[in-house]
Design a protein around this ligand. Structure first.
Ligand code: PGA
Length: 250
């Protein structure tokens, strides 16, 4: 069975509620009837109710860019899984490289967040990827294996069913430097083999691994068209309905 691709928009810290609503209103007619792939939008928390209301009744899912691992508590500035679910969010990114880089998110924190997300029935998209110095030092495989092992500590094959992983080489994010399909496929194979080792071949076979890092309409087909690449996590090119639609229609 081929894996169903997931095409996801990471809007980062962009858009007002009015802009987010206008996006969804323009985007939904453009992807009406598109059933080949799953589509998900990841706006800032303050935009979630607006985007979820605008996408209601459509096949476009909405998730958070980040969640906290605690059920609730004195964590100023954070969003709980319960809060996300209460407004209708179904997915969450975990461990995006910007969270790791600017907010000190470690593999241990990623692992705690993954446990909480899976326990509550969210679809988690765990982000991994090497920085340029690591690639140049020949450490890409070691970095990916460490991030995967860290993220999956204590996760069982049964729990892991909804898991999605996004391979995002940090040197390709927001830089316009996309990984070649060959580089991405090689990394995806390392990730899938590591997941097979930790959770068994059936989980690895079903696992969707997205590519992220300067995905644009003109490189989407070459990347997502690869058998190893099960979709895309798109930042900059997801902010406009036309360019995100062109990627969805790769
Ligand atoms: P980009 O971002 O497409 O702008 O490179 C991808 C991401 O950060 O998920």
């Amino acid at each position: 069975m081929p894996r169903k691709a997931l095409i996801a928009a990471n809007w980062k810290m962009y858009k007002t509620p009015a802009e987010a609503k206008a996006f969804v209103e323009a985007f939904l007619p453009l992807v009406a009837g598109h059933t080949r792939d799953e589509i998900a939008l990841f706006p800032s928390p303050v935009l979630l109710p607006t985007v979820i209301a605008a996408a209601a009744g459509s096949h476009v899912a909405v998730g958070a860019q980040n969640i906290h691992f605690a059920e609730e508590g004195a964590y100023t500035g954070e969003t709980s899984v319960g809060q996300l679910k209460a407004v209708g969010g179904t997915h969450t990114l975990i461990g995006h490289s910007e969270r790791r880089q600017y907010f000190a998110e470690t593999d241990e924190i990623v692992n705690k967040k993954l446990h909480t997300a899976l326990a509550h029935g969210l679809i988690p998209v765990v982000c991994v990827g090497e920085v340029l110095a690591e690639r140049e030092a020949g450490q890409t495989a070691a970095v990916l294996k460490k991030q995967i092992a860290g993220a999956l500590a204590g996760i069982t094959a049964e729990l892991a069913a909804p898991l999605v992983i996004a391979y995002e080489p940090v040197w390709a994010i927001g830089t316009g430097k996309t990984a070649t399909p060959e580089i991405a496929v090689e990394a995806h194979k390392i990730i899938r083999a590591e997941v097979a080792k930790l959770l068994g071949a059936p989980v690895a076979e079903e696992l969707r691994i997205l590519y992220g890092g300067s995905v644009k309409p003109d490189n989407a087909t070459a990347l997502i068209g690869q058998e190893e690449i099960d979709g895309a996590l798109v930042g900059g090119a997801s902010l406009k309905p036309d360019s995100f639609t062109a990627i969805v229609n790769y």
